[in-house]
Design a protein around this ligand. Structure first.
Ligand code: SAH
Length: 349
């Protein structure tokens, strides 16, 4: 197993660490609160830990943080895109969105991605590495610090496939929702997956109450394979029962994401097939007009086509919304800010 840094450890593990350093276990509780409740950036700020303990920690477990490389702010709706540099120099992006009901952050779970979805900018350079739990948490902690506002909703829908980084994802969720940390309700956390069947089933067993979002994007295997290579590995006849199992175990309504790609998956027949496919499930469909990326020639469906698709689903009594596009005027879609940054850097060298 990879080595976990101190900000990725559970409270009990910090207590054990304190014992190994010759300290009282309750120091572990205090350290955990500094790291996750107050989310401070340095040991120097941890005033109830002795100077010698802080020194020892600084030496053995240097704290890492995220450095802001770039912030883009939408003039339309205030959405902010952050490009962060990790301690090893790689860059990731996170998005901060302001809604009436609270602030939402979309975080990355990996540096790059190996799932290869055809319309997605995040996967073009492949997977570099997994993010540690601390690096997922820090996206939220840093944004709260920078905006001075509390985050109430978290969606794991940025770069990466969260279920391809399963153990770190679970740690991240448990620490983020811990009442001794940020105490963010699990009901306000959504994890989006391209559909890794065994991991969906495992997630159902964790005893969590997070929302599962499945990137469906097609009404049958044939069309899904054209958009998402993962469809060659797991057919819909495996993916959808896994989702149904998730609902059965957690009671959480499922979300299906469906990116509408002009001429590919947006016909009335597609809508009809989709309705039949998911009609028996307790679910909600989120239609996303595809955000065209320059590396591919996919186009958005017209406004009318999108409306028709929605109406058709409604006729079949499917809950459906069209995702409001946030930050249209900034590099809005998944992975595009990071991609354009990496492209620029490559052109300079
Ligand atoms: N790997 C996860 C989460 C990351 S992507 C997953 O596949 O669900 C978050 C969502 O954005 C997914 O539904 C993904 O398919 C979609 N997406 C990625 N690029 C997009 C684009 N250019 N236009 C529209 N949706 C996109």
């Amino acid at each position: 197993m990879e080595q976990l840094d101190i900000k990725s450890l559970y409270e009990d593990e910090l207590k054990e660490k304190m014992i190994s350093l010759g300290e009282k276990p309750f120091k572990g509780k205090q350290l955990y609160e500094w790291l996750h409740k107050k989310a401070v950036g340095s040991y120097a700020q941890m005033s109830n830990l002795s100077a010698s303990l802080r020194e020892k920690l600084q030496e053995q477990e240097p704290l890492t943080s995220l450095e802001v490389v770039e912030v883009q702010t939408s003039k339309i709706d205030g959405t902010q895109k952050y490009l962060f540099r990790l301690s090893d120099g790689h860059v990731i992006e996170s998005v901060w969105m302001k809604y009436k009901h609270g602030n939402s952050v979309c975080i990355s779970s990996q540096v790059g991605c190996r799932m290869g979805c055809r319309f997605c900018a995040s996967t073009i350079g492949g997977l570099t590495r997994n993010l540690k739990p601390s690096e997922m948490l820090d996206q939220i902690y840093r944004i709260q610090e920078l905006t001075g506002e509390r985050v109430s909703n978290v969606v794991v829908m940025g770069t990466g496939e969260p279920l391809d980084n399963y153990d770190n994802l679970i740690r991240f969720i448990r620490i983020l929702s811990d009442e001794k940390g940020q105490n963010l309700s699990q009901r306000n956390i959504t994890v989006s997956t391209c559909g890794i069947v065994p991991r969906i089933r495992q997630l159902a067993e964790e005893g969590l109450t997070i929302t599962l979002a499945l990137s469906l994007h097609a009404p049958n295997d044939e069309k899904r394979k054209e958009l998402m290579p993962i469809a060659y590995k797991y057919s819909l006849s495996e993916v959808l029962p896994a989702c149904a199992y998730y609902f059965e175990k957690t009671g959480r309504r499922l979300t299906f994401e469906y990116s509408l790609v002009g001429g590919k998956n947006d016909s009335e027949e597609d809508a009809r097939q989709l309705a039949h496919l998911i009609g028996g499930l307790n679910c909600h469909v989120n239609l996303i007009p595809v955000n065209p990326i320059k590396e591919r020639d996919f186009v958005q469906s017209g406004k009318k086509v999108i409306e028709n698709f929605k109406n058709k689903l409604e006729k079949y009594k499917i809950n459906v919304t069209i995702r409001r596009e946030m930050g249209r005027d900034i590099d809005g879609a998944c992975g595009q800010l990071r991609k354009s940054y990496l492209d620029k850097r490559e052109n300079l060298s």
